[in-house]
Ligand binder design. Structure first.
Ligand SMILES: Nc1ncnc2c1ncn2[C@@H]1O[C@H](COP(=O)(O)OP(=O)(O)OP(=O)(O)O)[C@@H](O)[C@H]1O
Ligand SMILES: [Mg+2]
Length: 277
């Protein structure tokens, strides 16, 4: 396994005035270049954990090291945010200017990056998310999926080592959803960007390297998608579901078709069905 880029040791976080911690004694190590999906019912602590990774909040107790930095001072937080970008659920909340390329340049301008370096990085980032043709467009004219791609480009321009996506496909139509997920997966595989992918879509989690399920602020279940989703009863108890193809393959097996266990994606199902004849 590659060396960890995220190391959480017994991390807890409690909001002021709250009765119990939103993140409760979480220990998790994420290797550089890993794509980890984080699942869990509403209120299980996923977004709070994301904010800890991004040093938007600091742990109440425990130790969290992101890209070798344990955030204590304001300067540390700033360094953590540079190495760990965030893409949120609602693209409208992330877009701050009226021209796409200016929006992507916003973070770099704040860092005082020289203009020619900004130009290069923004062009590269827009190219990487397939939005070069829209550099001079107004974000308000774009679809939800396109806006989300711009948000990803803005983060990419900062050259982060990690990107946390907090339900970034939740408000998109199926095409936008597939686009944005596909971009995250490609950035992970080709650029070796570590991805923490928070989602309510089991089909997305099925395509991750590893799945972490949170419940009541704790990690309730963890493993490869196959390992996690094979524990159907436990997954259902945690307020989740298993991927549709897993259910379908079980139903087909019950009807006598000889399909292997653990089929999770449409592609895997198609291959197995063609093999049956
Ligand atoms: N700003 C806040 N102040 C106080 N409590 C909060 C705050 N934000 C979240 N919480 C509480 O912390 C717990 C975890 O919330 P969090 O938003 O991290 O969950 P989540 O898993 O992201 O949920 P969802 O799937 O709905 O996005 C919940 O009990 C929530 O009510
Ligand atoms: Mg959330």
């Amino acid at each position: 396994m590659n060396k960890p880029i995220i190391e959480a040791r017994n991390v807890s976080f409690q909001y002021e005035g709250a009765q119990s911690p939103a993140v409760n004694d979480v220990s998790l190590s994420v290797a550089q270049g890993e794509f980890v999906a984080v699942l869990g019912r509403n209120g299980s602590g996923k977004s709070t954990f994301a904010k800890l990774l991004n040093a938007l909040q600091l742990p109440t107790s425990g130790e969290l090291i992101v890209n070798g930095i344990k955030a204590v001072t304001e300067d540390d937080c700033y360094e953590v945010r540079k190495s760990c970008g965030m893409v949120f659920q609602n693209p409208d909340n992330q877009i701050v200017t009226t021209i796409v390329e200016e929006d992507c340049a916003f973070g770099l301008e704040n860092l005082g990056t020289p203009p020619e370096e900004i130009r290069r990085r923004v062009d590269e980032a827009l190219e990487s998310v397939g939005m070069s043709d829209y550099a001079l467009a107004s974000p308000s004219m774009l679809s939800g999926g396109q806006k989300q791609r711009i948000a990803v480009a803005g983060v990419l321009a900062m050259r982060p080592k990690i990107i946390v996506f907090d339900e970034s496909t939740a408000m998109l139509d199926p095409i936008g959803r597939r686009d944005v997920f596909g971009i995250a997966r490609r950035l992970n595989l080709e650029e070796r960007i570590t991805v923490v992918w928070i989602t309510h879509f089991m089909e997305e989690a099925a395509l991750a390297d590893r799945v972490v399920v949170m419940d009541g602020g704790k990690i309730a279940l963890e493993g490869t998608p196959r390992e996690v989703f094979s524990r159907t009863e436990q997954v259902l108890e945690l307020g989740l579901d298993v991927p549709e193809m897993m259910k379908l393959s079980r139903q087909l097996r019950d009807k006598g078709l000889s399909l292997p266990e653990g089929l999770m994606t449409v592609e895997e199902m198609a291959v197995e069905l063609c093999r049956l004849k």
